[in-house]
Design a binder for this molecule. Sequence first.
Ligand code: ZN
Length: 145
Amino acid sequence: MKNFIAEFKKFIMRGNVMDMAVGIIIGGAFTAIVTSLVNDIIMPIISAIFGGLSFEAWNIALGSGEEPPMLNLGTFVAAIINFLLIALVIFIIIKTINKMREKQEEEPAAPTTKKCPLCLSEIPIEAKRCACCTADLTEFEEIKE
Ligand SMILES: [Zn+2]
């Protein structure tokens, strides 16, 4: 039992588990916002465009009687629109993050070559002797600095 608790503690203390938990909680809260956007804003507008048709009333009764089984087509369509909106918003967020990341990576890398002061050819920055004109570069080092 002690081993089990230690293992469980190790599991939940791993960074990616905590990140995932935060992601799920924020994702859940975010889903509520998008659901409200669909149900409370977008669907009424679509209903108004289609002449006051309510999506919840868009269903097909299977059979007759007091409470027949219903195909709730309107609710299903609302769920699809909901999903497409969430996917679109997440796509835009990821695209924005990637763009910001790309901008950070565009910083120029440190130079790995230098010009030989005598023959002006490109040689490794650590070179003590030029590979092209064989000049000793140690005496030029101080001038350059
Ligand atoms: Zn040279």
